[in-house]
Ligand binder design. Structure first.
Ligand code: SAM
Length: 220
């Protein structure tokens, strides 16, 4: 899978591409991530990308030409274009799964007051990461990169994904590791029993209990 990020702040992405699972996925050629400064596509001499809003109002608005020109340059028949905006559909694990099956994603990060509305004619999806306002789309883009990359075939072992939170509308079961006892806190006996059927039943029961307590909305 290839992911192209259009941003005005490419340096913000350095660390996320050079650490942990994403780094390994890139090294194994399972994903390709390109960080593109859309200022490079500005047709203006000073590489300006923003301007004051028509009709007045505060802040600067991103002009549409750099984004149109960048999309003209990198979009193929296989591309899906995602605009990060607080107005979009709220992102969740199902959307991450759907995106992980695409061959090429182009993710547009806004900044300042937002975009010229005409940019929306270019996009397949408008995505928000929640009902709050961030300075720019870079952190939301990192959230998409991270959550999508780990679902791409071969990036992590599929067993790790099977019982994760949000699979089958349940939260994950509680996990423990050594030591068996710490400051009087013990590990549930059943996990030490070696009885795989009982352990599986216990974990399922705990998933349902935890989901009922913490996220009853998932069970509806
Ligand atoms: C300061 S925000 C613009 C907010 C816009 N004026 C509004 O009220 O909807 C600048 C950029 O950050 C990104 N952004 C901010 N919050 C976001 C969120 N919750 N989800 C996705 N992107 C967000 C978007 O790309 C947005 O264009």
């Amino acid at each position: 899978m290839r992911i192209d990020i259009l941003t005005l702040f490419p340096n913000m992405f350095k660390n996320i591409l050079e650490e942990s699972i994403i780094k390994r996925a890139i090294e194994k050629n399972l994903i390709e991530i390109n960080i593109i400064n859309f200022r490079d596509y500005s047709p203006l001499n000073n590489q300006q990308v923003d301007d004051t809003p028509y009709g007045g109002g505060s802040g600067m608005v991103l002009r549409c030409e750099p984004i149109f020109l960048a999309i003209d340059d990198i979009k193929t028949e296989e591309s899906k274009v995602i605009l990060l905006t607080p107005e979009g559909k709220t992102y969740n694990q199902q959307t991450a799964k759907d995106f992980s099956k695409e061959k090429h994603l182009i993710i547009i990060c806004g900044h300042y007051e937002g975009f010229d509305e005409r940019i929306k004619t270019l996009v397949d999806y408008e995505i928000s990461i929640g009902d709050f306002i961030l300075t720019g789309g870079e952190i939301p883009a990192m959230i998409l990169i991270d959550s999508i990359s780990r679902l791409v075939d071969g990036v992590i072992t599929s067993g790790s994904l099977e019982s994760e939170s949000f699979e089958n509308n349940l939260l994950d079961y509680p996990t423990y590791t050594k030591p068996r006892e710490y400051r009087g806190l013990t590990v549930p006996e059943i996990l030490l029993s070696g009885d795989h059927k009982k352990i599986a039943d216990y974990r399922k029961e705990m998933q349902i209990k935890k989901t009922k307590e913490k996220r009853p909305d998932l069970l509806k």
